[in-house]
Design a protein around this ligand. Structure first.
Ligand code: HEC
Ligand code: HEC
Length: 348
């Protein structure tokens, strides 16, 4: 069976090597080097710099201990590499922190796709009681505006009578996040015409990915599904087929959207947004609950849960080899200088 498949795959590869259709990669798209900013939040270098400072600034948390960067380390893989994240006072959340690298390409934010934009997303963690735990948006605004270096920058970047607002804090952070892109992976080089960028084994993995049907969900620049019209989110059942991994990895303890709590959103229960596969080799553990430690196991869970298919060792091996080629170039994120203020009160 394994031998048969590998023969079939190499025949396809031989064919594509000599075929003029070679350049047609269908659902595969190289990762762009930039993302367009939304009309109501244009990007400027000053806004990016302000957003980066806020992203690194633990003073946005109630007791000054947790920043966005605590859970999304942009000097590394953009996550905390834990199964579930740790917020203020050591509190542990229920989901794994996804990477912020390339989040700008997602059609919706969060594992359950509950927030449409990066701007909406950035307002969440500051107020989330187990993340940064600010009691109210005004608390964050008065904390930030009491720091003269921030007040000055907000005035320059946003202008107006009250430049420091909760919305503007989120706008600046989202603008910075749109710069977190990892282009030029070997897969991208291959898509752009350098056929030597992938080994034969990796190309077999790419074909296996496609022939199994992984690309039905994981496609587009971030391999996170298509953008749908009218702001619809590309949600899929997970798990879609009953299988033994469900108990082993507790895949149905969390039911997705708001953990299935809101009745009016019952249609989304058990459904999850298709996540990006960019840099996937660097962002273990996997899935919304961070329950799966290895990429080999993750692809087996996917094949079984989403395609009702048991992978052979050969298939798992080439799929993992292919997924490793999706690691792009991380730009260096030097720690920003944060505006000083000795008097800022970090009392709750
Ligand atoms: C205590 C850890 C923690 C902190 C602090 C934190 N996050 Fe997160 N972040 C998470 C977790 C966990 C999720 C996934 C939650 C979910 O899907 O329900 C997440 C999701 C995200 C996502 C969505 C990515 C995707 O793939 O959908 C973005 C973007 C993000 N966070 C940015 C931020 C920003 C900006 C801040 C600071 C304002 C921040 N985070 C603070 C843990 C954290
Ligand atoms: C029907 C849609 C669908 C198909 C087909 C599918 N996936 Fe997924 N994939 C998802 C969803 C949804 C998730 C998120 C699951 C969750 O919420 O934990 C996911 C998650 C993943 C993850 C973990 C991502 C992370 O950041 O933890 C990997 C790796 C993955 N898929 C690879 C594959 C591979 C390889 C195939 C083909 C064998 C495949 N997927 C087929 C929908 C799909």
């Amino acid at each position: 069976m394994t031998i048969l498949r590998s023969t079939v795959v190499s025949t396809i590869m031989l064919f594509t090597f000599t075929s003029p259709a070679f350049a047609d990669f269908g659902s595969f798209v190289p990762l762009p080097y930039s993302v367009p900013a939304p009309k109501d939040n244009p990007s400027t270098p000053e806004k990016i710099s302000l957003g980066k400072q806020l992203f690194f600034d633990a003073r946005l948390s109630v007791d000054g201990t947790v920043s966005c960067n605590s859970c999304h380390d942009v000097q590394g893989n953009g996550t905390d590499s834990r199964s579930t994240s740790v917020g203020v006072k050591g509190q542990i959340g229920g989901r794994s922190a996804p990477s912020v690298w390339n989040a700008a390409f997602l059609s919706a934010q969060m594992w359950d796709g509950r927030l449409p934009t990066l701007e909406d997303q950035a307002k969440g963690p500051i107020l989330n009681p187990i993340e940064m735990a600010m009691p109210h948006p005004d608390a964050a605004v008065s904390r930030i505006s009491s720091i003269p270096g921030y007040a000055e920058q907000f005035a320059k970047v946003f202008g107006g009578e009250t430049p420091v607002t909760y919305d503007n804090i989120a706008r600046a952070i989202a603008t910075y996040e749109r710069t977190l892109i990892t282009p030029n992976s070997r897969f991208d080089q291959y898509l752009l015409g350098n056929s030597a960028a992938l080994t034969r084994k990796e190309q077999n993995g790419m074909e296996t990915f496609r022939s199994l049907g992984c690309h039905r969900c994981h496609r587009g620049p971030a391999m996170a599904g298509p953008k749908l019209a009218n702001g619809q989110i590309f949600l899929q059942w997970f798990p879609a087929f009953p299988n033994p991994y469900i108990d082993e990895f507790k895949l149905t303890e969390d039911l997705g959207y708001n953990n299935g709590k809101e009745d009016e959103l019952e249609v989304r229960r058990g459904k999850w947004r298709v996540p990006s596969l960019r840099n996937i080799a660097n962002t273990a553990p996997y899935f919304h609950n961070g329950s799966v430690k290895s990429l080999d196991k993750a692809v087996r869970v996917m094949a079984r849960s989403q395609l009702n298919r048991e992978l052979s060792n050969y298939e798992a091996d080439v799929l993992v080899a292919f997924l490793k080629t999706l690691t792009g170039e991380y730009s260096i994120q030097a720690t920003p200088m944060l505006p000083a203020d000795m008097k800022v009160s970090l009392k709750e």
